[in-house]
Design a protein around this ligand. Structure first.
Ligand code: ADP
Ligand code: MG
Length: 715
């Protein structure tokens, strides 16, 4: 058992790989045996469709077996050289294989030799032709057939590897063949036998053979899926362990929702909750009533009413004589939340505090003192709330709004730094070992499979349905030539007392250019077409005070139009604003467009959204068409993921989990769900993965995620 893991053996210590080949492998990032064995094909060519030449057709890859009846080299009029090899399988019908500018190609062939050609047949003048067919030598004494899954001498399913540069596919295959024969049987299977049997997975050894030398296409697929499952299982185990660790870290206060409390809270809302809101409330109340700290993500489409649900949770906490904190990403949003709460709590005795940069040092000192002795029930602020030395008397719940930019990795870091809910230096709790419950809100719908990874350590509640009475937003994509007509329409709506946003293009290179674009548009509109209207400017480079002042004027309807950069995307809520123009809409991502449009779907009046866009790529066109087609944020998120791939969501930058090596959150979604179920069951059953049969899994999880997810306890 102490022998080195064969996967770790560096390729340059193997005597049978030449220096030149090593360099080619190195360029593909293949340095050790493991890299090579897990350098998986990106596709397979199915050559099992063997035809007689007489029955060839012009669709798809087909294979023909025959005898060489002619070999010829010639030059075309354009100077290209062609090698032509003609096969016949009945002495009558002929198939010509042609190779361009590969004079050496002819050297491989002899008259009378039995070959198979695989490729797409094309009818050329009076016979079938294949260019660059894949060749198998069927009966040649000097080259015995090799490899698994042969019939008539050649494999029927041929793997196609990712770009191999100058390494020829045959060379890669023969190297893989050697490595598999030498090492595959020595690999230890990370998957415990129970899970292997449950899903009927092949062994690691067998699966590797099936991936690289598949007897059939379905064996190749199964081999690959086995490893994808393993990759997902390790990820989900890490998340399950992380979640468990947080839940075991301390005891949270038990906050119960009695019927009396429930009735009192509901009376504060001027509406009844939707079914989706009710479900989210029930899930949250169940969590709060347990001494395991809640770790929940509340995902809602824009305007679906997650704030109301969060308010419910805050009030349950206060009703249970604990303090609650609501944190927003910016001052503007903190103030907006404070106003919302003022509205809901106008007739309640809840003692509230808005902790902002606007407080004088003396006010701030008093406020912090009141928090520390428990004279404040509910505090609203920005992230600064936890980064500074804020003490609570008995903090029961932390609600963090708009945290979609933070993945599991950042949350792990937060806690490590002692900043949120772990009783560390920054936030201290008089009540000792008690830790607060934790609710994360996000208004960015994310595809389910992404939620299961990036937020995979949290429980998830989803509000999809919009409150009743919402009018749909009409979205129009206009050519720039229609600008005068669009502006005229804008004027009409503004004249009816409504307000609108002009969103300026995102400039990818720099935020400074965003600002420039907005400032310029602002100046142009003020000077020209909207000279007589009240126009404001909002962008990311303004200081918080200026931004808040502009938003205030817009909210009080002292401004008709707000020219802005995408800063308005996050959470800004002015129900009277029902118009939006998005300039250069092709530069925005789908979810960002959705967030922007969400700003004008907040009232009882139907919104109107105009896009000016000149997409230069098919992807951008598809994105815009999807945006015109639906307003369902979850549908758009799925579409966005398909268009852009999962990289955007699953980039290391966002969540720190690193890339998936084999699996795809789109194509392998079923395996992700299966692996998650298995992983969480496994951790429930064997919390530290201490059992001997889980030792290898545990080592694999720690190696891959131990550091990033701070999996201290099992380490
Ligand atoms: P979100 O935070 O998810 O964007 P909000 O909680 O801010 O959504 O709600 C958006 C608007 O819908 C608010 O004006 C709110 O008063 C209203 N609203 C929320 N829930 C309901 C409901 N169940 N019925 C009617 N209106 C609602
Ligand atoms: Mg909101």
């Amino acid at each position: 058992m102490t022998e080195t893991n064969p996967l770790q053996i560096p390729l340059d210590t193997l005597s049978d790989i030449s220096a030149a080949r090593l360099e080619l492998l190195e360029r593909l990032g293949l340095r050790n045996v493991g890299d090579l064995l897990f350098h998986f094909p990106r596709a397979y060519e199915d050559l099992s469709d063997v035809r007689s030449i007489a029955t060839l057709s012009a669709d798809g890859i087909q294979t023909v077996q025959g005898e060489v009846v002619e070999i010829e080299g010639r030059s075309l009029s354009d100077g290209r050289k062609v090698v032509s090899v003609v096969l016949s399988d009945d002495g009558k019908n002929c198939l010509e294989g042609v190779w361009f500018n590969q004079p050496f190609a002819a050297k491989r062939f002899r008259y009378g030799q039995r070959l198979s050609f695989s490729g797409k047949p094309k009818w050329f003048r009076d016979h079938w032709q294949m260019s660059n067919p894949r060749v198998q030598i069927l009966a040649s004494p000097s080259s015995p057939p090799q490899g698994g899954g042969m019939r008539g001498g050649g494999p029927e399913v041929v793997p196609v590897y990712p770009l191999t540069e100058d390494l020829r596919p045959e060379q890669l295959r023969s190297l893989l063949r050697k490595m598999i024969d030498r090492y595959a049987s020595r690999l230890t299977d990370v998957l415990p036998i129970t899970l292997r049997q449950k899903h009927d997975w092949p062994t690691c050894d067998q699966a590797l053979r099936d991936v690289h030398f598949p007897p059939t296409l379905s064996a190749a697929t199964r081999g690959r899926r086995r490893f994808v499952y393993e990759e997902f299982l390790i990820l989900q185990l890490a998340l399950a362990l992380r979640r468990r660790e947080v839940r075991e870290e301390g005891r949270a206060p038990i906050l119960t929702t009695t019927p009396a409390i429930d009735a009192r809270i509901r009376r504060l809302f001027p509406f009844s909750l939707t079914a989706d809101q009710d479900r989210a409330v029930a899930e949250i109340c169940r969590d709060l009533a347990s001494d395991k700290p809640m770790q929940r993500l509340l995902q809602a489409d824009v305007g679906a009413g997650k704030t109301a649900v969060a308010v419910y949770a805050l009030l349950v906490t206060v009703a249970n004589k604990h303090q609650a904190a609501l944190m927003a990403p910016t001052e503007v949003l903190a103030q907006q939340h404070a106003r919302t709460l003022d509205r809901y709590l106008a007739h309640s005795r809840v003692r509230r505090l808005l902790l902002t940069g606007a407080l004088t040092p003396a006010q701030r000192r008093d406020a912090l003192a009141a928090l520390a002795v428990g004279d404040i029930d509910l505090v609203i602020g920005t992230q600064a709330l936890v980064q500074e030395n804020v003490r609570f008397a008995r903090l029961g719940l932390v609600v963090i709004d708009e945290q979609h930019k933070f993945g599991v990795h950042q949350r792990a870091r937060f806690r490590r730094a002692g900043s949120v809910s772990d009783g560390g230096q920054s936030v201290a709790y008089a009540s000792g070992s008690s830790v607060p419950h934790y609710l994360v809100l996000t208004a960015t719908p994310i595809p389910r499979t992404v939620a299961l990874t990036v937020f995979g350590d949290l429980d998830v509640s989803i509000i999809r349905q919009l409150p009743p009475g919402r009018q749909p937003v009409t979205t129009r994509w206009e050519p720039t030539s229609q600008r005068p007509r669009v502006y005229a329409r804008l004027r009409e709506v503004l004249a009816q007392g409504k307000q609108g946003y002009i969103v300026c293009p995102l400039v990818e290179e720099s935020a400074t250019l965003d600002v420039k674009a907005a400032t310029q548009t602002y100046a142009e509109l003020c000077a020209g077409p909207f000279r007589d209207l009240r126009i404001g400017l909002l962008h990311g480079r303004q200081d918080e005070e200026t931004k808040a002042a502009v938003m205030d004027r817009f909210r009080r309807h002292e401004l008709d139009l707000l020219v802005c950069t995408s800063v308005v995307e996050v959470g800004v809520d002015v129900p009277n604003a029902t118009l939006m123009v998005i300039e250069h809409a092709e530069r925005f991502g789908l979810s960002q467009l959705h967030q922007l449009r969400g700003r004008i779907s907040r009232g009882p009046t139907a919104g109107l959204c105009f896009l000016f866009a000149e997409p230069s790529s098919e992807e951008a066109r598809r994105r815009l068409r999807a945006f015109l087609r639906t307003t369902d944020g979850f549908a758009l998120a799925e579409e966005d993921m398909k268009l852009r791939g999962t990289g955007e969501f699953f980039g290391a930058r966002q969540h720190g989990l690193g890339e998936l090596r084999l699996g795809s959150l789109i194509a392998d979604a079923d395996l992700l769900r299966t692996a998650r179920k298995d992983a969480f069951a496994l951790v429930a059953d064997d919390p530290g993965l201490r059992r001997p049969e889980h030792a290898l899994l545990r080592a694999a999880v720690l190696e891959r995620y131990g550091k990033t997810l701070d999996l201290a306890e099992i380490g």
